[in-house]
Write a new protein. Structure first.
Length: 268
């Protein structure tokens, strides 16, 4: 109460009083909103263990990212890109069928953002290293279940529900470049949680506060899934071998984690 709650309330009173003295109603409202968010964060942090906090932030980030991914097929369906009857039940089924594949991609990114959000320095990294590793193991297991067992069934159901207008969904025949790329992308995606978790911990260790390092690391984590799309396009065009294209995102982020870890050791 003395170190956290009372301090947050004192900041609230000071900012509101200063805004009132300037007769700035907009600033008063913003100060109140910021203080309420800060007070809520203090109460959550004060009443949760590090592992629980990390899991909660990672879960919230994963949900928000999944909702963002939903907007793409939803927009495509509403604009007539799929030959399907636009009813509420069909749209709900469309999103449900795409969710397993989306979660296999957003779970690693959510874990990385959770680590970056809670680790504000080396002390936080040391305290959250074990919870982050445990969360990474659980997230990898969940991604494996979704990608190996649930996603194929959901993808088959999606092909039965929605067909592109004027054509058919492309199905990679066994032995093709697309089939080989999809298989290796699946294995590489299962390793993504460990790679992104190590990258986030190294980034947080290299940044004492919320500096450009942590901000750039968060943006890079969000960009990470799009690297699979770019590298996959190069592989389909025969510009890159399939194995290199599938593992290039993990290789780049693992190398970045090593470089940031060296920065942390050199500045320690």
């Amino acid at each position: 109460m003395r170190r956290a709650v009372d301090a947050a309330i004192a900041d609230w009173q000071f900012e509101v009083a200063d805004a009132c003295a300037r007769s700035d109603r907009r600033r008063t409202r913003l100060a109140t909103l910021r203080s309420l968010v800060a007070l809520a964060r203090v109460l959550v942090v004060a009443n949760a263990r590090p592992a629980t906090r990390l899991a909660g932030v990672a879960l919230a980030a994963t949900i928000l990212l999944t909702i963002a991914v939903w907007t793409l097929p939803l927009f495509a369906a509403l604009t007539g890109a799929y030959a399907m009857v636009l009813t509420a039940s069909n749209l709900a089924l469309l999103l449900a069928y795409l969710t397993p594949t989306a979660l296999a991609v957003t779970i690693p990114v959510g874990v990385s953002i959770g680590v970056l959000a809670l680790c504000r320095g080396r002390d936080d990294v040391r305290r959250l290293r074990v919870p982050a590793a445990a969360l990474g193991i659980v997230a990898t297991a969940m991604a494996a279940i979704l990608f190996v067992w649930v996603a194929p069934i959901a993808s088959s159901a999606f092909r039965g529900l929605a067909q592109p207008t004027g054509g058919e969904l492309r199905v990679n025949p066994p032995g093709s470049v697309g089939d080989s790329l999809a298989r290796q992308d699946g294995v590489a995606t299962l390793a993504a949680t460990a790679v992104l978790c190590a990258f986030a911990l190294s980034s947080a260790s290299a940044a004492r506060r919320w500096t450009w390092v942590r901000l750039a690391a968060a943006v890079a984590s969000i960009v990470y899934p799009f690297l699979y799309v770019a590298c996959g396009a190069l592989a389909l065009e025969r510009a890159l071998p399939v194995s290199i294209a599938a593992w290039m995102p993990n290789t780049l982020f693992a190398a970045a984690a090593v470089v940031l870890a060296r920065m942390h050791r050199d500045t320690a």
